[in-house]
Design a protein around this ligand. Structure first.
Ligand code: NAD
Length: 256
């Protein structure tokens, strides 16, 4: 379905970004990867799906590096047809204890990077008459949790940016939508489990159950594969008139 298209997925070296990149590659899209850590392993996983894979290591907190990545992506494949703004980090602390530099980093990586990549991707999508921008927000773009001020603020901001981008392009073939996952068992969540284990002296399994019971009525983690399938839907012809939604895949979290 996406043969001949190019998808740039930020933060695609692990977790949800890698799951979405693989789902888009399985539909034939060439992939521009981004993110830190091991690149070769994830790159090989995507390439095994029979598509071309490029990589740019832009730090998504830095607008000039984001610009360099967008130029690189266009140079590799001609154009970015699908932009998935996914890179993100987390920090947990009450507002009065929240380190200002962590606030700035979360706002930059989780929110402002989506603005910079979007503004640079839009002109070519508009000229082509087709484009998909998919913002990986969070259920925390819809509701809040204590001790996540920067993350909740950034994700609510991403949902707002999604709606504005969708409206400004509503009469064109360019759509913009957000995906709002509940708990997904990636390295980001494992760090929060490790903190629970250390603070309460409980097992990893107990920490997992506690995390799910607190928030997620299904008592199940959402998987990167399920989120990848939703991204593919947004890119499909059936997604042509889906514009500005914040679609939660959260086991009922936000329904409460
Ligand atoms: P992850 O830690 O597995 O992946 C994060 C990715 O972002 C990695 O590839 C990492 O290298 C990259 N990254 C981090 N800082 C970066 C930077 N400065 N520049 C470039 N890349 C950077 O975590 P994940 O859970 O897969 O998170 C992906 C997205 O999903 C995030 O935006 C996160 O907020 C969101 N999300 C996660 C969950 C969850 O439960 N895991 C739930 C809702 C939303």
């Amino acid at each position: 379905m996406l043969k001949g298209k190019t998808a740039l997925v930020t933060g695609s070296t692990s977790g949800i970004g890698l799951g979405i990149a693989k789902a888009l590659a399985a539909q034939g899209a060439n992939i521009v990867m981004n993110g830190f850590g091991d690149v070769d392993g994830p790159r090989a996983e995507i390439a095994a799906l029979g598509v071309q894979v490029a990589y740019h290591g832009a730090d998504m907190s830095k607008p000039d590096e984001i610009a360099a990545m967008m130029t690189y992506a266009a140079g590799q494949f001609g154009r970015v047809d699908i932009l998935v703004n996914n890179a993100g980090i987390q920090h947990v602390a009450r507002v009065e204890n929240f380190p200002p530099e962590r606030w700035d980093a979360i706002i930059a990586i989780n929110m402002s990077s989506a603005f910079h990549a979007t503004r640079l991707a839009l002109p070519a999508m508009q000229a082509a008459g087709w484009g998909r921008i998919i913002n990986v927000a969070s259920v925390h773009g819809l509701v809040a949790s204590a001790e996540k001020s920067a993350y909740v603020a950034a994700k609510h901001g991403v949902v707002g940016l999604t709606k504005v981008t969708a409206l400004e392009n509503a009469t064109s073939g360019v759509t913009c939508n957000a995906i709002c996952p509940g708990w997904v068992l990636t390295s980001m969540v494992q760090k929060q489990l490790d903190a629970k284990v250390a603070a309460q002296g409980i097992s990893n399994d107990e920490a997992r159950n506690q995390l799910l019971r607190e928030k997620e009525p299904s008592l199940q983690f959402t998987t990167p594969e399920e989120l990848g399938a939703l991204a593919v839907f947004f890119c499909s012809p059936a997604g042509n008139n889906v514009r500005g939604v914040a679609w939660n895949m959260d086991g009922g979290w936000a329904a409460q």
